[in-house]
Design a protein around this ligand. Structure first.
Ligand code: FAD
Length: 326
């Protein structure tokens, strides 16, 4: 059973080991991102590069999207090629931010500043960044055009444009439309706020989630009986564990505030289990019981009525029907 204080202890221990080596947590993450296995094995990104046999292959490489995928690919190619010619098209200045940390920001363990990184500080040496958005692909002529009219030619094209978060698919949140996890999502946060909702799937949203959890604890302290809903939609999502992780973290915070009994916590996943692997499903189900979390499988959030604080779900199931007549 992992409680907040244990995570804090582990992070403190990690920080102190890194401190001994003169490395900040931020730099450690950078080295893990760029140096990969060599860093984990006790080496550095420089060693990772030199132990690999450099290729003399030539050609213009164009990467669309400079998120963690695009930038780490650029870094790996920079290490592997003797004469790299790499261009990344990425409009967002904070595209390399550490999204898995958003759960910890939402749970009040890290400040947002710990996970927000500047793209330009993480651009591998020699890689050119065009700070624009690709809007047109012309594969017949190997060119990509940006929103500002820049035309870029390539020999090899890598598309790493990520996935968008489609909040607008939920009735009541149409104005939110689509968003990316990194960058300025203040408008999205204020739309979610206006219906009493929050989401850890953007960096700004995770910060707002922590504010919501604190408010929930404060309201519960005043004696109100409250209900907190946690959802997992029917679309592919960037982290299947995150909806449950934030539920466990919120629970710890409410317990610490001594108000857990005043809040009913209910998980509504679209799927029919806690996890695809049976053993994990069983372990998580057990932990749900221990913490008195309620859950309703096969529920997909389709609408939010912020004024009346009502969430509407599409509850779906299958039935074997014998002798059906239509
Ligand atoms: C809450 C949360 C928890 C997570 N936890 C984990 C975890 O525990 N373990 C794990 O492995 N992963 C986890 N992930 C997933 C992981 O963080 C993401 O999969 C990863 O960051 C995605 O990187 P990406 O570069 O593919 O996409 P993105 O980060 O979405 O980056 C795509 C980039 O492409 C750019 N782009 C888009 N369109 C264009 C265009 N037309 N032209 C130019 N640029 C464009 C965007 O501006 C963006 O910067 C988590 C994610 C979240 C949100």
């Amino acid at each position: 059973m992992i409680k907040n204080r244990n995570i804090k202890k582990d992070l403190e221990q990690l920080d102190s080991i890194l401190k001994e080596q003169g490395i900040s947590r931020r730099d450690a993450m950078k080295m893990m991102g760029l140096g990969g296995a060599a860093f984990l094995a006790g080496g550095t990104e420089v060693e990772a590069a030199t132990t690999l046999k450099a290729s003399d292959a030539k050609g213009k490489i164009l990467i669309i999207g400079g998120g963690l995928a695009g930038m780490s690919t650029a870094a790996r190619l920079t290490s592997n090629l003797s004469n790299p010619d790499i261009t990344v098209i990425e409009p967002e200045a904070e595209s390399v931010s550490y999204q898995p940390g958003q759960t910890l920001v939402g749970g009040g363990i890290w400040p947002k500043s710990d996970i927000v990184y500047k793209r330009d500080e993480f651009t591998p040496d020699g890689v050119k960044v065009i700070k624009e958005k690709a809007i047109k692909f012309d594969p017949d002529n190997n060119t990509v055009t940006t929103d500002k009219g820049t035309k870029v030619s390539y020999d090899y094209l890598i598309i790493a444009a990520g996935v968008t978060l489609n909040y607008g698919a939920i009735k009541g949140l149409e104005e939110a439309g689509e968003a990316y996890s990194s960058g300025d999502n203040k408008k999205l946060v204020s739309i979610l706020d206006s219906v009493g909702a929050c989401s850890i799937f953007s960096a700004d949203g995770s910060e707002a989630t922590w504010t919501h959890i604190q408010k929930l604890a404060a309201d519960a302290k005043s004696g109100k009986k409250l209900k907190a809903l946690f959802t997992h939609p029917n679309t592919p999502i960037k982290c299947g564990g995150a909806p449950k992780k934030i539920m466990f973290l919120a629970n710890s915070r409410l317990e610490e505030a001594g108000v857990r009994d005043n809040v009913e916590m209910h998980f509504y996943p679209n799927g029919g289990n806690m996890f695809g692997v049976k053993e994990y499903h069983n372990a998580l189900s057990e932990q749900f019981k221990v913490r008195d979390f309620k859950h309703s499988y096969k529920h997909n959030l389709i609408a939010i009525d912020g004024k009346n604080k009502i969430a509407t779900f599409n509850h779906h199931w299958t039935e074997k029907v014998l002798g059906m007549k239509i």
